[in-house]
Design a protein around this ligand. Structure first.
Ligand code: NAD
Length: 434
């Protein structure tokens, strides 16, 4: 009796980690206060427009039927059709989808794109399913979402554990369920498709390239040479891999990687292409890469380095590890990797954070180019795409950097202020129906 009471008391004292929704709302309110956002617009932007939850049955390889839960949350569409990724992960739920949808609204606005923000996915561990099961799950999810997505309404893209193959299945299913004469006009219902199926050359690397560019722009402003700088990457998927490729090309050295399989470390450097080839043979996992030491999960963020690139999930840098980080620069490849408490500690320690809505916006900018390409029946080339991306990101980066200097605020607050002001302007000009 005595003992169980003690356990209860201890449980009560444990403060739970705040969810991603708490984070994005604190970030939003902080910026809204700074720009003195009109209370009516604050009310509108504090809540999502639409939340779609679908339960749908899928036949498994062994003949059994499993029922899955999928989500699509559309936060705000004041600037254009909803845009945002689809994630297949056990952590997908309404709270996560809401937060990620909100971040998309700020990201598309900051980038100056004609899009709103959305996010969604399926609560699933995809490693437990065969490729043909994943195909049926994806197609049935697309069918369940029906007209809640559409090329001029809501345009999904890849995110954690989804890729160009997933997008090809969605596009094919969506197009197949349209009347014949409308099918090919609906190819841009998703972006991030394979390049043989309406995809854009360079969309695969767009997010990681953008992460690298924002690091480079920051380094140039601060007289830092990337050559010889050491970096660590959390998540060696699409974003983490491509960011590493471009950083390595500039002479920076990868010294630590953490993914779902484990954490590896080598101060002499980890060859990015060797590691990539290794992961291709090991189902995507970095653990036990020969030229490295396997370290404890908690030791990862404490690795001695100059730049840290979180490129996996949200809520990774918190009050529990922020004080251990050695890097001087954090480039948020992932969405919401730093929570508010973690950020406070980092800023007090003089560590700069390039915020997600700027740092990883190369992905949605690349998606916008793919959408334009499909809409106008054009085919763009890699060099052209990369140059357009560079110019667009330079514009965004300079706007955020200058705002932060002029208003004496951190880069995240600056990015949020710019993003929110653009949406505020749209509401002021259009008014509220009726
Ligand atoms: P991905 O599925 O290609 O890779 C995810 C990586 O994260 C994998 O290496 C996986 O092992 C790792 N991971 C998963 N759980 C982990 C854990 N608990 N600890 C450490 N590592 C873990 O996904 P991605 O497309 O590279 O997306 C990564 C992040 O970037 C996400 O936050 C996503 O929202 C964001 N993002 C992606 C894009 C894009 O274009 N793909 C665009 C903008 C932002």
């Amino acid at each position: 009796m005595g003992n169980s009471k003690k356990v209860l008391e201890i449980k009560k004292k444990k403060v739970p980690l705040k969810g991603m929704m708490d984070n994005v709302m604190e970030q939003f309110n902080h910026a809204a206060d700074h720009i003195d956002l009109h209370p009516n617009i604050r009310k509108i932007l504090s809540i999502t427009n639409n939340e779609i939850l679908v339960n749908f049955p899928v036949k498994m390889d062994n003949g059994d039927v499993e029922v899955f839960t999928g989500y699509r949350v559309q936060h705000n569409g004041a600037l254009g059709p909803y845009k945002g990724g689809l994630r297949y992960h056990a952590t997908v739920d309404l709270d996560a989808a809401r937060a990620l949808a909100m971040w998309m609204t700020w990201k598309t606005s900051l980038a100056g794109l004609p899009y709103g923000g959305a996010k969604g996915g399926i609560k699933i561990d995809p490693s437990l399913y065969s490729q043909s099961e994943l195909e049926r799950i994806t197609r049935r999810f697309t069918y369940a979402l029906a007209d809640n997505i559409g090329p001029e309404h809501d345009i999904p893209a890849p995110d954690v554990n989804t890729n160009s193959q997933t997008m090809a299945w969605i596009a094919d299913t969506y197009m197949s369920t349209r009347p014949p004469a409308q099918r090919s006009a609906n190819q841009h219902v998703v972006t991030g498709k394979p390049d043989g199926s309406g995809g854009l050359e360079g969309r695969d690397r767009a997010t990681g390239f953008g992460v690298y560019l924002t690091i480079k722009f920051w380094a140039d402003k601060n007289n830092m040479d990337l050559n010889g700088k050491r970096f660590i990457v959390q998540g060696f998927g699409n974003v983490g891999y491509w960011a590493s490729v471009f950083l390595e090309q500039d002479g920076a050295k990868l010294v630590g990687v953490q993914d779902a399989s484990g954490s590896i470390h080598n101060q002499d450097g980890i060859d990015v292409e060797h590691l990539f080839n290794y992961t291709q043979e090991k189902g995507g996992a970095v653990a036990n890469f020969p030229n490295s030491e396997l370290i404890e999960k908690d030791a990862f963020f404490a690795i001695d380095c100059d730049i840290c690139v979180p490129a996996a999930l949200g809520n990774q840098i918190t009050k529990d590890n922020a004080s251990k980080i050695k890097a001087k620069l954090i480039a948020e490849g992932a969405n919401g990797p730093t929570n508010v408490e973690g950020e406070k500690i980092l800023l007090e320690r003089g560590i700069t954070i390039i915020p997600d809505i700027l740092c990883n916006s190369g992905g949605v900018i690349g998606s916008y180019y793919e959408w334009l390409q499909n809409r106008s029946g054009e085919i763009w080339h890699l060099d052209e795409v990369m140059e357009k991306l560079r110019k667009k990101l330079k514009g965004s980066f300079d706007r955020v950097y200058n705002y932060s200097e002029n208003e004496d605020v951190d880069l995240r607050t600056a990015a949020f202020c710019i993003a929110i002001q653009r949406i505020e302007k749209a509401y002021v000009q259009r008014g509220i129906f009726p």
